[in-house]
Design a protein around this ligand. Structure first.
Ligand SMILES: [Zn+2]
Length: 449
């Protein structure tokens, strides 16, 4: 039964606006479930007429004129106690409490709602323009509530015998693959813009190849690139651009190719055609836009202690509060106060490597020993706790327990495709490559007409 319901939910939510023609009562659904073979993944015979009539109103995909009325077909209404759904649009200055009290809900009831579940607590952050839908029982207690969080996200809460049952729904974008190519005559940015790429896509392109191309120093006139990327649609309307799926960059004599690939583990990597990662296991600098104020030096006079003491890291001067990024994926080994380091985070990256971040002003939320962090994730902010003369980050890089100069240590390449995924990846990459070749050909033809 459960897989069927899941499929049904998916089916319903995948239908475009206006296609939900009628609603069938719960018993109708149950009998339909018995009739339909549960092994068949895609019931094709007019599934649009099947919908849940749980205390869930005309869904967002339904005909807008029916919004607010409980069930579309009269038969269904007869089987179902009518639930009074009200739609409330949040105005400036409104609070959840005030809005619900205006509907007759008691302050105690509102309090119980927002303290019942973390996701419901977020309801206290509603903003002007948000739409809330509430269903009340006869005694003005809440029966159900929906919040359209964004164009694709919504929150659904239903009161059950054991309290509130909460679920979040996210609509899927429809995605279309697009192609762009350009030759650089002035700057990468202008060339990409002329090719119709958004700032977001340009940033993605730069990030994909940032490990191999210095976009300030390496770019030459005549360099060129090609990309396959996604355009996102909701209800047939383009609402943005998605991911770059494949990119090729001709930089001087080099040709770099990258395929976006989601691994079975669920992480996203950019790989070359051989399945090697384009990424390195570490980024060089943990603070963006910072000045190096002291280098790695085994014989330095310590500025506070005024004794010869090795400086076993690099100092980055930056204003208090500047975000500090984990330079690699890993696990927090320590987060707390440790002597002259002040607030310090130590991250272990596999067997060989660890990194250390000292004098921090604050730790990012959730950073404590044992938690996993991703490369680039903010772990805290620059400060001057411990022995420090001004706000800066003291950063150490250790290989097998030995301090190395973070500015010159050879950074290992990130792990490429796992052996058991290589076949899948190659099939996928070749499909993208063919797709790009077709687009490139069409582009050239169009140019010549
Ligand atoms: Zn230092």
């Amino acid at each position: 039964m459960k897989p069927f319901l899941t499929r049904l939910f998916r089916l319903i939510s995948s239908f475009p606006r206006g296609h939900l023609l009628a609603t069938v009562a719960l018993f109708g659904l149950l009998s339909a479930a018995v009739i339909l073979p549960t092994s068949d993944a895609t019931p094709t015979a007019q599934p649009a007429v099947v919908a849940l009539s749980l205390p869930r109103p005309a869904s967002r995909e339904a005909d807008p004129e029916q919004a607010g009325t409980p069930a579309a077909s009269p038969e269904a209404v007869a089987e179902e106690p009518a639930i009074d759904w009200r739609e409330i649009t949040v105005s400036p200055g409104d609070t959840l409490s005030r809005l619900l009290q205006a509907q007759g809900v008691s302050p105690g009831e509102v309090h119980r709602l927002v303290t019942a579940d973390k996701r419901l607590a977020a309801l206290t952050n509603i903003r002007p323009g948000d739409v809330l839908r509430v269903a009340l029982n006869d005694d003005n207690t809440l029966a159900a509530l929906e919040h359209q969080v964004s164009r694709i996200k919504s929150l659904h809460a239903e009161r059950t015998e054991d309290g509130w049952s909460v679920r979040e729904e996210e609509r899927e974008y429809e995605r279309q693959v697009r192609y762009a190519q350009a030759e650089i005559s002035d700057s990468l940015f202008l060339a990409a813009q002329r090719a119709g790429m958004t700032d977001n896509l340009i940033m993605q392109l730069v990030n994909i190849f940032a490990w191999d191309i210095d976009f300030v120093l390496d770019i030459r006139q005549g360099d060129s690139f090609q990309v396959l990327y996604e355009e996102l649609f909701l209800d047939g309307e383009q609402v943005g651009t998605g991911n770059i799926l494949m990119a090729e960059f001709n930089n001087r004599d080099r040709k770099l190719t990258a395929f976006r690939y989601e691994t079975q583990e669920g992480s996203t990597e950019f790989l070359d055609i051989a399945g090697n990662s384009l990424r390195r296991e570490f980024i060089r600098t943990p603070v963006e836009f910072a000045r190096i104020s002291s280098r790695f030096n085994p014989n330095r006079r310590h500025p506070v202690l005024n004794t010869i003491r090795a400086h076993r890291g690099v100092d980055y001067a930056a204003p208090t509060g500047t975000p500090i990024r984990a330079t690699g994926d890993g696990r927090v080994e320590f987060a707390g106060v440790r002597g002259g380091y002040g607030n310090v985070v130590i991250i272990r990256h596999g067997q060989q490597y660890s990194t250390l971040y000292a004098h921090m002003n604050s730790f990012a939320r959730g950073i404590r020993s044992g938690v996993r962090v991703r490369q680039g994730q903010t772990i805290g902010t620059v400060g001057m706790t411990g022995l420090a003369t001004g706000p800066h980050l003291h950063y150490e890089f250790l290989v097998n327990g030995v301090h190395r100069d973070p500015l010159t240590v050879k950074l290992p390449k990130a792990r490429g495709i796992a052996d058991n995924e290589r076949r899948d990846f190659l099939v996928y990459a070749n499909r993208l490559r063919n797709q790009m070749a077709l687009h490139a050909e069409a582009f050239t033809l169009a140019q010549n007409f």
